[in-house]
Design a protein around this ligand. Structure first.
Ligand code: URA
Length: 216
């Protein structure tokens, strides 16, 4: 199992202080895995349990992995941001009672920058066969804002990735090294648009084919 150094956990927590987020979920999985998965940010279940992809989206992801003969133990799971971004919203019950609760929201660019050193460290130490980005946040963290999952999903991309050159920086620069990346949709995409399941299934077939060919 790969262990994120304690200093990086402390640094990540310090850099995200003051943002409306909670918890800190470390990446999970072996070094040199077949796949490194890069998601968006933990949701409520992940923040409570401290484990990536254990909620509803995680169940979908495990099905995709199983479709190519993998389990969560074979892959390294991480995300662009490691704390759960939330927003308080009011909900009105039928009896008129108003309750306030936290809802998940996408991370902001500032939050992505705050946790960039953590993902940068994983990118240079995990050494997977292929990186699979899940949704636009993970994809754009690596390849920049112009990269769109709707255009690039299922394609094999060999490219430099964005990283933060120093802790003071607020802008990314490109790595010297190239990485193999196959973008796909976030597993939660099937909840708000069921037709995304077809794209996901096709993409995971491509990921399976690439893995099989890289073992030859
Ligand atoms: N979405 C993510 O991007 N990461 C998780 O751990 C859960 C949901």
């Amino acid at each position: 199992m790969f262990e994120l150094p304690d200093e990086l956990v402390t640094l990540g927590m310090k850099r995200i202080e003051g943002f409306p987020v909670e918890g800190f979920v470390k990446g999970k999985g072996p070094k040199n895995p077949t796949i490194m998965l890069i998601g968006e940010a933990p949701g409520e279940n992940e923040a409570i349990q401290g484990i990536p992809f254990v909620g509803r989206a995680g169940n979908e992801l495990v099905k995709s992995l199983a479709s190519i003969g993998l389990t969560r133990d074979n892959v390294y799971m991480t995300s662009a941001v490691r704390s759960r971004p939330y927003v308080w919203k009011e909900k009105k019950a039928r009896n008129g009672e108003i309750t306030k609760r936290k809802y998940n929201r996408p991370p902001t660019q500032q939050e992505i920058i705050a946790h960039a050193p953590v993902l940068d460290y994983e990118l240079t130490h995990i050494a997977p066969t292929v990186i699979v980005t899940l949704g636009n946040v993970g994809l754009q963290r690596l390849l920049g804002k112009d990269a769109k999952v709707s255009v690039l999903h299922g394609q094999l991309i060999e490219h430099e990735v964005q990283y933060l050159a120093s802790l003071k920086e607020t802008k990314f620069i490109w790595s010297d090294e190239k990485y193999i990346i196959i973008p796909t949709y976030h597993p939660a995409a099937v909840f708000y648009r069921p037709s995304n399941r077809d794209y996901l299934e096709e993409d995971w077939k491509e990921i399976g084919k690439y893995i099989a060919s890289s073992k030859c």
